[in-house]
Design a protein around this ligand. Sequence first.
Ligand code: C2E
Ligand code: CA
Ligand code: CA
Length: 744
Amino acid sequence: MPRIRPRKTKRLKHAAIARIAGRPAKPSPKLPASGCRRVSAEISEIVRKRAEAEAAIAEARKSHERLREAIDILPQGIVFLDAEGRYILWNKKYSEIYSRSSDLFEPGARLQDTIRIGVERGDYPEAVGREDEWIAERLNRLYQPGERHEQILADGRCILIEERLTEDGGIIGLRVDITELKQREDSFRLLFDSNPVPMIVCALDDERILGVNDAAVEHYGYSRAEFEKLTIRSVQAFETELPWAGDRSSDELTARTWKHVRADGTLIDLAIYSRQLVYNDQPAVLLALMDITERKRAEARLAFMAQHDGLTGLPNRNLLRQQMDEILLHNRRNAEKVAVLVLGLDNFKAVNDTLGHGIGDKLLRSVAKRLRSILREEDTLARLNSDEFAIVHSGLARPEDAVFLAKRLLEAIGDPYLLDDHSVVIGASIGIAMSPGDGEESEKLLKNADMALSRAKNEQRGTFSFFEAGMDARAQSRRKIELDLRDAIQGDVLRPYYQPLIDLATGRITGLEALVRWPHPERGMISPAEFIPVAEETGLINGLGGLMLRRACMDAALWPDDVRVAVNLSPAQFRTGNLLSVVMDALKQSGLPARRLELEITETLLLEKSSEVLATLHALRALGVRISMDDFGTGYSSLSYLRSFPFDKIKIDQSFVRDLGSNRDAQAIVRSIISLGIGLGVIITAEGVETEAELSCLRTEGCHEGQGFLFSRARPNVEIVGLLLAQCGVDAAAADSEDAALVA
Ligand code: C2E
Ligand code: CA
Ligand code: CA
């Protein structure tokens, strides 16, 4: 940029114009003729020079105008000062920026003077109170090349000043109005600092943390100083990508989730919104950090709950099926066998009923723990429903491995549990299905294992059973029995048959046991052994039991007064809570004296040891009804049940009687039961007597009563009435007429 001196140009211009106008620039002396020629030569010389000068002036003016035009269109203010700091040239924007001082700008005026006057007029609020100092600083800066600084004007605008020395010692000054930028920066600061959302600014290149707001300091627990020594990577819990990774070019607000470490070492889940910006003149990223730890936890909890059992924390059926599908797929690929075991606790309901749900829950948790402790890490254990667990055991070599496992599980479950000072014993049964043989899909395998479990439970609790083809068909026929039985009960098709109980000393019928008979329209007579368990499972037993009681009492009311009737009761009938009134109603309606009714219960009822059951038994006995223990010797601790209730009769199970002839142990057992009964003053009845040999053996041992095919099968009431009449010694003719009357 050429240096322009407008003042000199002006002076030259004045002299030239005066000469052209013929006015003397200086007073002219008188001249001789020769001198006149010389003068005229001089004049033409002057005219030439004047023309030259005028051309130069015009040229200079043009350049000046061009320069002014050029700098006037610049968006920044620009000023040229000479080496003494005098104004040479400035543009429109410069005058606009300093509109309050623009009257002072004039070529040749000194910047320091305009500054001083401006300060006096209060144009520079920053100078107030320290005017001289401020002016000194300002002038000092003027001669420090490249120095940028900001200046606040009286109207609040902020001006960025940059000044540079030129080669000849002058100065070019640039002024940029950065008021808006400053305002934006200020609002950013305000938003950043006082934002309740933790925020971090970090350098885009080296990931250093450049700034944090108060919320971040509080949330993370690092001090500001500690923060500034960290990089964003160093607060990440795992060596993962950066929060703004993936799309560095974009400055979109995009949320992604990260895990960070707080000062105290705890981890937090964050949704991080990032946006690129320039921070303190460097490319940076602003991160807004939303703590979603709680939300994540809640989500995880929900997800866990949807797939796990709340009580034991084990996978539930849903998760089990997912896991099984994976295991089965894997095993198919490797041609390995998988065993699916479904384990059901025996009589778990009794624990709940007698000891309360609190203990029941504890028991389930303990069972789960024991099962888990026996299984391998890779075995799957799940809880299917209240008292059923499933175990998936893969990589089996032979089915025997499943047997081995089932035995170990049953053994472990069987050990007593100490729960809140109660010693609780519970047994279990297991059903086993093997893949690929018994199915290749989780659902089918579980169903088949479940069917095997039902068989184990029905046939012999406390054991395991393998699924077998045909079980499915059996399960279906069971379902059909249930439906038909419902109809049979409603249609009043079921009838009691009666089997005599014989006094072994006299040979007389002392009583008759009512045994239910179901004449099925398609299948003929169906055995109670087949449908009683179905009735018990489905609750139909209550209707059936009530019906039998009423019928038996009605029939017996017409028998001789010294003959009793025995009716079997299921544990389920005790659970309804109205058994006592059902019995009383049956007695009342029939008119049968209570002393002539015997109720047979099995040990399974007492297994539950519930106070309600015992109370009902005592109440029944108080009515005068007699209580017999059926199937004695088949339970876990038959003897202990004898202590819990004063039975009137003990019926030795047929299995012991059947073995009497051949098995010495059976003889010993029967003998002991008989002497026990005699000791307790209780009547002993032997069931299932089929041979004379058995009978004589029982007689020798002193058994009181016998029941069995040797004496009679169960027969319909008509036939029984005939028997009873014969026993009464009534002649055949009279018996026939009376029998007819009774039947009618
Ligand atoms: P239980 O109470 O032990 O009845 C005796 C069962 O043994 C009867 O079978 C009877 O017919 C059979 N029995 C009697 N003497 C002999 C014999 O010398 N040899 C052989 N092999 N068996 C003999 P049933 O009638 O099939 O009844 C089976 C079970 O069904 C009964 O066993 C009882 O537990 C149940 N039951 C029968 N009727 C009822 C009922 O009305 N209510 C309830 N809750 N259960 C019933
Ligand atoms: Ca019985
Ligand atoms: Ca029996």
